[in-house]
Design a binder for this molecule. Sequence first.
Ligand code: ADP
Ligand code: MG
Length: 335
Amino acid sequence: MLATTEIGIDLGTANILVYSKNKGIILDEPSVVAIDTESKKVLAVGHEAKMMIGKTPGRIVAIRPLKDGVIADYEVTTEMLKAIMKKVSKNIGMTLRKPNVVVCTPSGSTSVDRRAIQDAVRNAGAKKVILIEEPVAAAIGAGLPVDEPVANVVVDIGGGSTEVAIISFGGVVACHSIKVGGDRLDDDIIQFVRKEYNVLIGERTAEEIKKEIGYAPIDHEVLTMEIRGRDLVTGLPKTITLTSVEIRDTLKESMLHILEALRATLEDSPAELSGDIVDRGVILSGGGSLLNGLREWISEEIFVPVELAPSPLESVAIGTGKALKFIDKLQHAAK
Ligand code: ADP
Ligand code: MG
């Protein structure tokens, strides 16, 4: 069966999600591509490719073509999108014929980045490609009334970046974007374990540590976790036990950068909107917002209510899909 349809794509640095109005989330996979460096062929995309990170023989590399929220490798991104469109067709049991696509762009992206995203999606088979700013999508997805003249503050913590934006009346009134997101936290953990224990761990292990015993800078009941890596002195596998307190302290500097971006954005807020912010607070989205203790910590630091979006990893995708409703307004705002 063929279907002319409209879909929303959250082209994230860590995960790609596709949303359709009727079916909800129809695809959710890591933004990872496995490539054979000799034949330049794409071997796998998504979950399958992520499993290969750090585990492949020399000529096969698993790469993430999006970095810091923008396209770092254009050709691979296009290939990845083509494969994603195929998977979507399979998931819904229909061929997508030239769908109209709404795709989000990070608020820190340049017009060149935006054009690259638009072209990549078009080359992957879309008919019409509409861009929407990521924080606006996150806000729509979290159910905030973005088209009303009230301030909505969104902090979206993704893999490659954190975007903070104040949105009112369908547009972004103030925003800050920093290249600190979940990936940086993983990297902080890798460096810490190497320095403190002389043990080398991979990205996937670091991510597991972060999710399980990572904490924002707050007091909490201490957790421990056993992990395995390679001893840099003996070269042999080694098991060590980490505590949530040492991981919390390791992540602190990056957490302060995120807080700083939020403070700076609030300082840029038009005075008339400040009252709304005190009443309505701040909403957190993106996978990084799931870090243990983050919501509590931020609300203590900025003295306004802080809420987690209903499904932080899905807000942007849901928002891109729902944005189709008021496309005209958004196209206008994106110019
Ligand atoms: P992007 O929009 O860049 O694709 P996502 O919003 O999908 O990013 O979030 C991915 C990031 O969220 C990754 O860095 C991942 O490690 C992190 N993440 C996911 N779950 C958790 C969790 N429970 N605690 C901390 N970080 C998490
Ligand atoms: Mg995102």
